[in-house]
Design a protein around this ligand. Structure first.
Ligand code: SF4
Length: 341
């Protein structure tokens, strides 16, 4: 049976029409659904025939929370079980402006970045649009409030699951559903240049974040296998194209690893790469991942790096990983769970 979260308003309208019910029922169903109804029986505005027909054709599927950790800073990391038994993780963060949820786009990841726990067991499968949306629903249920922002920055490379992620972006923005503005959505990619260009052509108003993490192709290849396919120059060209087409700023993620990419020379090289771009750099002292040799940069090195960027006119902020006390960095909690099985 289909997960109803995979369906759009227009498709549901057609379905109701084809099944001999008024297409206005679609709006009623979505009202209940996005207010958190867990079963069709709760949809009291619908007659029993409609409810039975829905039950025969659809399931309401929100991934089940099987474990969660709550950080001292209020971040909640949830382990969610999918219908086929796969486990994903979703993080809910509270900010002054509201709640933000970091969703996964794949079970595992094929990209192989050496500092990331999500990729340790490889890629298992792509998530369906309704499963990505289901994480937003699960997060709202956990927080008891609507999510005002979504970041596609959890496990998986969103642009490696392009079709399903695009469909998710359409569904989450749906007026009859969560109606979340694309401007409140950030998609983070390790730099799939062809997809960045395709995305640019669609002129969506989402924020693009590029995981750069190194300033030379040689160094980037050591920590990110994707760098064997596309050079930093090709990535930056695609980013300029994205900016031109969408009018949006693009941000860069730069994880600082002690002694690997956190020198002042690295900072100045990064500044000259980004020179002339209206951009923002998020500096992230990398979290310690068991069995991996990377260590976070010293506070002093982080500050010097930031100051060096700013002295060259590049806006930069240091983003401490929220929930560092609860394995909240990408893929860590899922990895701990799977290792303990
Ligand atoms: S950092 Fe992102 S792209 Fe790289 S392995 Fe982890 S999830 Fe995949």
């Amino acid at each position: 049976m289909d997960n109803i979260f995979d369906w759009s308003y227009d498709e549901l309208k057609e379905w109701f029409k084809d099944s001999g019910e008024g297409s206005f029922r679609a709006k009623q169903v979505l009202d209940y659904l996005y207010k958190g109804a867990g079963s069709f029986d709760e949809m009291k505005n619908l007659n029993s025939t409609s409810r039975e027909k829905l039950k025969e054709a659809f399931v309401i599927y929100v991934p089940e929370v099987i474990d969660k950790r709550v950080s001292k800073d209020g971040t909640v990391k949830m382990l969610l079980a999918l219908q086929d038994g796969n486990i994903i993780e979703t993080v809910v963060m509270k900010y002054v402006y509201g709640y933000s949820v970091c969703v996964s786009s794949q079970v595992g990841c094929a990209m192989g970045c050496s500092f990331c726990a999500s990729t340790k067991g490889g890629m298992v499968r792509n998530l369906l649009p309704g499963e990505i949306l289901g994480q937003v629903m699960a997060a709202s249920k956990e927080a008891g409030e609507r999510m005002s922002h979504v970041v596609l920055m959890g496990s998986g490379e969103p642009l490696d699951n392009f079709g399903n992620v695009l469909r998710f972006l359409e569904l989450v923005n749906m007026k009859e559903g969560l109606c979340l503005s694309h401007r409140n959505i950030t998609l983070s990619t390790c730099g799939l240049v062809d997809r960045i260009r395709e995305l640019a052509d669609m002129k969506l108003q989402i924020t693009l974040a590029i995981s750069l993490h190194a300033v030379t192709d040689e160094k980037r290849r050591e920590i990110m296998p994707i760098a064997r396919r596309w050079s930093i120059r090709e990535i930056l060209d695609s980013v300029r194209y994205y900016m031109d087409k969408t009018g949006r700023r693009v941000s860069f993620e730069y994880s600082l690893v002690n002694g690997v990419n956190d020198s002042l020379e690295d900072a100045y090289a990064l500044a000259s790469l980004l020179k002339g771009m209206k951009t923002h750099v998020n500096l992230i002292p990398v979290n310690v991942i068991r069995e991996m040799l990377f260590r976070p940069s010293q506070n002093k090195a982080v500050e010097s790096f930031r100051n060096a960027l700013e002295s060259r006119g590049i806006e930069a902020t240091v983003r401490r990983e929220m929930g560092g006390d609860i394995d909240a960095a990408c893929g860590q909690l899922r990895r701990s769970y799977l290792d303990g099985m």
